[in-house]
Ligand binder design. Sequence first.
Ligand SMILES: [Zn+2]
Ligand SMILES: [Zn+2]
Length: 427
Amino acid sequence: MSKQKMIKAPRGTYDILPDQSYKWAWISDKFKQVAASFNYLELVTPIFESAQLFERSVGDQTDIIEKEMYKFKDRKGRLLALRPEGTAPVVRSYIENNLRAGNSISKLFYNGPMFRYDRPQKGRYRQFYQYGIEYIGTADPFADAEVILFSDYLMSGLGLEKYRLEINSIGCSLCSEQYNKALVTYFQRYTDQLCSDCQKRIKNNPKRLLDCKVPNCKSLADNAPSMLDYLDEKCQEHFEQLKSHLDSLDVDYIVNPKIVRGLDYYNRTAFEIIDIATEAQTALLGGGRYDNLIEFLGGKDTPAIGMAGGIERLIAAMEKENLPFGEQPKPDIYVINNDISTKKEAMLVTAKLRKNGLKVEFEIEKNSFNKQFKAALKSGANFTAIIGEDEKNTDTVTIKNLRKEEQSRYKNDEIVAIMNEKCKKHR
Ligand SMILES: [Zn+2]
Ligand SMILES: [Zn+2]
């Protein structure tokens, strides 16, 4: 066979390499710990869904649907999409599996890859990893406070300090109607100064002009009317209660009326946690209330709130603050066969230790003691178990503590109990 050209990973994707993957695991574990303390249960949905699910919920005039969704036909011509976000699938599953039955409240979390055909750049990928929670079944501002508190615990649990919580209320559809009118009136005066996207947004979804990253639009948005001046009495009351709960919980926040969230289905509470370690001040996570989405997707009228964030951004923020991610996994014991004739005995000792839950590496390729010993040191193991001719003949194993330079010989049938004890002390 002739040498073939190497195949590379698709543009915008990356491999989580073995010396990095423990960071992902560590963050996922932390997230799951916080989820457990707030009594959330995991919901795992498919990576692909009917494309319609996202078109209907996210809104077909959003960037996600217009430009970024991986949409394809399967072999039977069904229109499918790789999930670009996590809330719509959770809601689809909630309705389809009747998760409401018997519970007034469902608290669900998810964690996995999402896909968007975005322009790849540092920290932004076409396959990225997102975690999120959904608190379904209540419009009570206590739920909003809990979801925000969860987000805050996640950040502080990871050790992050340089972040800021920003909250807003974008009102209900009634307040939005008034507010949208005010926005249109305001921006219409500057139509020729807006970017082409915003010229479209002004007709379809004027709130999204506040989100535009184009400098000209941004400076115009600075003086735009504030949503908070357009909240009706009920939405105002909801927002005041949320703020009062956050004050009681000692959660620091600022009110930022510019937070609108990119997706169509949000109402009332919207919030972001902003990374203030970098000048870009990107959002580490974001969330909001979506009281109409469940009914909109064919379920019963059920209010809900959730949040989601990307793991890549958390890792970048943690690296910037020099925070630990736990440790890269390493073996407890490295088994060395002192002689080629004792390789089989070494394999059996290895098997026995592994079966009893110890983390054990066994050198297969190298036969010289020195080479095996060097490999043991490099592996980071705390102990080596040495089996040479002498050990084989006396049915013993020599254990060397690589940290203390001490060694002793033990009976082979006692080795599991002894090593369990020794390794426990080292963890
Ligand atoms: Zn309202
Ligand atoms: Zn713009």
